[in-house]
Every structure is written in structure tokens, then in C-alpha cells.
Write a new protein. Structure first.
Ligand code: NAP
Length: 298
């Protein structure tokens, strides 16, 4: 089995590389932005035609949600044109195309959890560019999987967990938004889900056994929480592990009290029953991961 990874130095990209490194039955080519700019159509075609992967996993993205409001063209180029070129190239060589998308394709106005059949209606440029990317992938490569995930954290790059750990060292008080709800998701669990799906779809004996359903799947961590609750758990973990004895006060504030360039959905909780039914992949337990990871996060 041959897998091509793009965006290999992002959070999910690095977790993919780490997991693939220990899988003896998979040949992989992991490319960072310097190796392959996914917005360069000629390079995408050349790379895919030469390597001839069985699956492409696109972990490359423009993820700066607030900056996207000003860098609209760049966000669409990376989050929509790039996935389109990859999907066209994947289809050309008969590869499976796995693409990662986001909870921010939803408006957040729904009560309850979002399932795959709910209509996207993104509130910000990042969400719009990712939704556009989803449609390009679906249009150009019928054998595709789009994995929508949320609130990604890991030991790599920058993310909410790392920011809270850093701020808790610098400050005595933190004010965190309490009216946006979602599922924190460990990047390593996302990469594991993508590899389980790839294997399941690429092993021919599995294909005969089950009807393959390509398309959109939701995958996030559980339990769903607000950013305020998530931050509180991160700090509590620090106390429990005796990483700090400094008293940090966390105040719950509304989104209105913390204005950002991009407006965000109040509710982006994902229903993940389809991926469990199709691939036996359960929602990830972010509290356990956070506890295991804390030492590697600073
Ligand atoms: N982070 C989240 O909270 C979150 C939430 C929901 C969904 N997602 C989705 O999950 C996926 C993975 O997210 P992540 O957190 O792992 O993202 P990330 O850490 O920002 O990684 C994205 C990677 O893509 C690279 N990249 C940017 N432009 C590129 C280009 N033109 N060609 C090739 N590579 C390029 C980036 O390089 P540079 O850093 O050098 O630009 C970076 O290494 C993305 O599709 C994202 O939309 C993320």
C-alpha cells in the first residue's frame, strides 16, 4: 500500500508520519510545504503521477481562522484549489483521496449535534474556503473520504492547549469564552482514523465483504465542552500532576466580550455515529489524551 501525505509538518501531518513510520506494510511519501505546494497544479500532477499512490491524505491547509478574513484569496487557494488539484490527480491515477475538513462549515445555530446530512452554512472565510474544498474534492474524485473534525490539539505546532499552558505560566488570571461548544480532538486520533479508513478501503478482501461508502464523515473528541471548560480541564491537569502550584483564576466570558476578526459558530458539536458504524472508529477521549500528553506539551 502506497500513501502520499501533504502538509506533513502540520499537527495532523506530523502524527501521520509518526504512525506511518511504525507501519511496516505501508510505503509512504510525506511532503511538507517546501516539498510540495498543493496550490501548484503542475507540481501536484507531477508528484502524484510519479509516486502513483493508492491513497492521498491531504493534511495541508490554511488554518489561521482570523487571518483568513484578510487573506481571502490565499485561504481559498490553499483550502479549495489545492484539494481540487489533489483530487483531480488522485482520480487520474485511481487513488483514494482523503481530505480533512472542519466543524466551522456549520453556522452553529442548530440545537444539538451536527450530523453529516446537515447543511453547511459557514460564518467565516476559513469555513467558506474549507466548504468549497469539500465540494471540489467530492466533484473531482468519486473515491473520496472527507473527515470533518474540530478543535485540534497535539504536542506539535500551536494550538489551544499549548496557548493555555503558556498563558498559565505568564498570568494569574485568564478570561475564556464560555458560549462556544465543540469537541477537542487529538491530532494523533485523527491520523489514526485516517489510516484505519485507508486500510479498510484499500484492502481488497474488505471491499468484497462490505459496501464501501465514500463521502463525508464526522470525527471529534468527546465529551463536548465550551472553551472555558476545556481551559479549566487543562489547568486542573497541571495541578493534578503538580506541574504548578500557582493559583490561576479562570473567568468565563461571552463571545461578545472577546471580539475576534472571524465570527465563530456557537455550537459545532459533531455527531460521530456514521464513522463508528462504518469503520468501528469511536470518538476520541480527549481528557485521557490530555492527561497522557501534558508532559510533552510545553
Ligand atoms: N487546527 C484546528 O483546530 C482544526 C479544526 C478543525 C479542522 N481542522 C483541519 O484539520 C486539518 C489539519 O489541521 P492542522 O491543525 O494539522 O493544521 P496545521 O497544523 O496548520 O498544518 C497545516 C500544514 O499545511 C501546510 N501548508 C500550508 N499551505 C500549504 C501549501 N500551499 N501546500 C502544502 N502545505 C501547506 C502548513 O505549513 P505552514 O505552517 O508552513 O504554512 C502546515 O504545515 C486541516 O485541514 C484543518 O483545516 C483543523
Amino acid at each position: 500500500m502506497k500513501i502520499l501525505i501533504t502538509g506533513s509538518e502540520g499537527q495532523v501531518g506530523r502524527c501521520l508520519v509518526k504512525q506511518l513510520h511504525s507501519m511496516k506494510d505501508v510505503e509512504y511519501l510525506a511532503l511538507n510545504k517546501d516539498d510540495l505546494d498543493i496550490t501548484d497544479r503542475k507540481e501536484v500532477d507531477k508528484t502524484v503521477n510519479e509516486f502513483k499512490p493508492d491513497a492521498i491524505i491531504n493534511a495541508a491547509a490554511y488554518t489561521a481562522v482570523d487571518q483568513a478574513e484578510e487573506n481571502i484569496e490565499l485561504a481559498f487557494s490553499i483550502n479549495s484549489d489545492g484539494p481540487k488539484y489533489l483530487a483531480i490527480a488522485a482520480n487520474h491515477v485511481g487513488a483514494l483521496m482523503l481530505h480533512i475538513s472542519t466543524d466551522y462549515v456549520f453556522s452553529g445555530n442548530k440545537e444539538g449535534v451536527y450530523c453529516e446530512l446537515d447543511s453547511p452554512s459557514p460564518k467565516n472565510i476559513y469555513g467558506k474556503s474549507k466548504y468549497s474544498g469539500e465540494r471540489e474534492v467530492a466533484k473531482h474524485c468519486p473515491r473520496h473520504i472527507i473527515l470533518r473534525t474540530s478543535w485540534v490539539f497535539s504536542e506539535y505546532g500551536s494550538n489551544f492547549v499549548k496557548s493555555i499552558l503558556r498563558l498559565s505560566k505568564e498570568k494569574d488570571e485568564l478570561s475564556i469564552v464560555c458560549d462556544q461548544f465543540g469537541g477537542p480532538t487529538y491530532a494523533g486520533d485523527i491520523s489514526n482514523a485516517l489510516l484505519v479508513i485507508s486500510k479498510s478501503l484499500l484492502v481488497k478482501s474488505n471491499l468484497k465483504k462490505r459496501k464501501t461508502e465514500f463521502g463525508i464523515y464526522h470525527y471529534s473528541g468527546f465529551p463536548h465542552v465550551s472553551w472555558y471548560e476545556f481551559a479549566s480541564c487543562i489547568i486542573e491537569g497541571q495541578y493534578a500532576k503538580k506541574e504548578t502550584d500557582k493559583e490561576i483564576k479562570i473567568y468565563a466570558i461571552s463571545s461578545l466580550e472577546f471580539p475576534t476578526k472571524a465570527s465563530r459558530p456557537k455550537n459545532s458539536k459533531l455527531n460521530c455515529l456514521k464513522i463508528e458504524a462504518g469503520f468501528s472508529i469511536k470518538m476520541s477521549d480527549w481528557k485521557k489524551t490530555l492527561n497522557d500528553l501534558n508532559d510533552d506539551m510545553s
